[in-house]
Design a protein around this ligand. Structure first.
Ligand SMILES: [Fe+2]
Length: 326
């Protein structure tokens, strides 16, 4: 196998630590207008931490942002290099004026409309400080999710890209091109844009060369992206990836983990960013009907013994969308 481009299909999900759970729901479900599609818990460690998922109408792969609200546990990460710095979503062409006005009206910290790599984009910030951007992409024909305030003509489609803060580009480039099979599409100043296979939405990764930015935290904690996941089809493909990557010498690739909604393994890329490979053959609808996604806290079978303790510990969250989806 030359590289993994025939096995990986672009971004599966992005996972970040945030502060309060309800604040996070309000940001993604109300401000960004993604559908709140799953309430579950972090599957590692002893302390109950929510794991919240937001996606398009059917929670399709490549649209799902997930978060660990860490305010209750009081754990905070330090932003820096070696992390995903910006998570990008696609929006329809001509929609950024709507979004700029929306961020103004809703008091959401944001930047100005800029153009890079031939696409207009607008940065904005989660209340915990995480940076996001909206990128106009007329070629992205994926489904969306509409809300009372956000119509199909402007709604977020799914991921455009992640932008990684990298102190030294060369070895990160080697990992993404030689191992994963991305190719360098262009460079503008400190930004390097890479694409996988046919490129475009969810198949784009950007490096921002930031040699003077100190290393950020690798922990689970509020205010930082923990990892980006890339989609594979099946367990067989996941095993092939693990075999291939460890054979090259990245032997810190993790065991295959059962995340209930998918199976995963993780490897630390040379630039410091944790990359996950995630199967696509299970999905969020295994324990809730599609119209009920996100309506209540769901636990994997091996956490059901702790159900009462977890429900009592975690602050309740209100899904503002559930009545509308039904
Ligand atoms: Fe993940």
């Amino acid at each position: 196998m030359e590289n993994l481009s025939s096995i990986i299909h672009g971004i599966h999900h992005v996972t970040a630590g945030v502060e309060g759970a309800q604040e996070d729901v309000d940001f993604f479900a109300t401000i960004v207008g993604q559908r709140f599609v799953k309430q579950t818990v972090l599957m590692d460690g002893d302390v109950p931490i929510y794991h919240l998922y937001y996606g398009n109408r059917k929670a399709e792969i490549g649209t799902v942002m997930t978060s660990f609200p860490y305010k209750q546990a009081g754990v905070y990460g330090r932003r820096g290099s070696g992390q995903v710095k910006i998570t990008g979503y696609t929006v329809p062409e001509g929609s950024l004026d709507f979004w700029l006005n929306r961020f103004e009206t809703k008091n959401i910290r944001h930047g100005a409309i800029e153009e890079r790599f031939g696409q207009k984009r607008l940065s904005f910030f989660h209340p915990c400080g995480l940076e996001f951007e909206l990128v106009e992409d007329g070629n992205d024909k994926r489904d969306c999710f509409e809300t009372d305030e956000i119509s199909e003509s402007v709604a977020v489609r799914g991921f455009h890209s992640v932008t990684m803060s990298i102190r030294e580009v060369d070895e990160q480039m080697r990992f993404f091109t030689d191992v994963l099979g991305f190719r360098l599409k262009g460079q503008e100043g400190p930004y390097y844009q890479l694409e996988l296979n046919e490129g475009g939405a969810a198949r784009t990764v950007i490096f921002k060369h930031e040699p003077d930015v100190p290393q950020g935290s690798w922990i689970n904690g509020a205010g930082i992206v923990h990892h980006v996941a890339f989609a594979v089809d099946t367990d067989e493909e996941l095993k092939k990836i693990r075999h291939h990557i460890s054979g090259i010498g990245y032997t810190d690739i993790s065991d295959i983990k059962d995340r209930h909604y998918f199976h995963s393994c993780y490897v630390r890329s040379p630039g410091g960013i944790l990359c996950e490979f995630t199967t696509s053959d299970i999905g969020l609808a295994i324990d809730e009907a599609e119209q009920d996604l996100g309506s209540t806290l769901m636990l994997p079978p091996w956490k059901l013994d702790e159900k009462e303790q977890i429900f009592n510990y975690l602050e309740p969250v209100v899904n503002p969308q559930i009545a509308k989806v039904k």
